[in-house]
Design a protein. Structure first.
Length: 103
């Protein structure tokens, strides 16, 4: 199911995967782990770290009506990207070799 089909459903499933939760929140699926890590979004159950996480649709919809929560989510996502971008180091500048003036 793609995003358009999901958002056009008359009834949203009670249990959402990360993609579906991201579509409801209005962020990208790769932002969900950062939101879970920052404790802004709580997955259902006690799934291991590498397991598929599911989220309660009612909780996500309720959180989406809270302006303060949306502000915190936006800040978490911005900080996550700032952290990711800080790890990137551009290639070192190449300094030209000195030209021999004696010839």
């Amino acid at each position: 199911m793609n995003q358009v089909e999901f958002l056009n459903l008359k009834t949203i499933p009670a249990r959402l995967n990360a993609d579906q939760a991201a579509w409801l929140i209005g962020c990208q699926p790769h932002n969900i782990p950062a939101l879970v890590l920052a404790k802004q979004l709580k997955p259902l159950g006690n799934a291991p770290t590498n397991a598929v996480k599911y989220f309660c649709a009612a909780d996500v919809l309720e959180l989406c009506t809270d302006r303060n929560w949306l502000t915190r989510v936006t800040t978490v996502i911005q900080n996550d990207w700032a952290r990711r971008n800080a790890r990137y180091r551009p290639p070192a500048e190449v300094t030209p070799l000195p030209v021999n003036q004696n010839n």
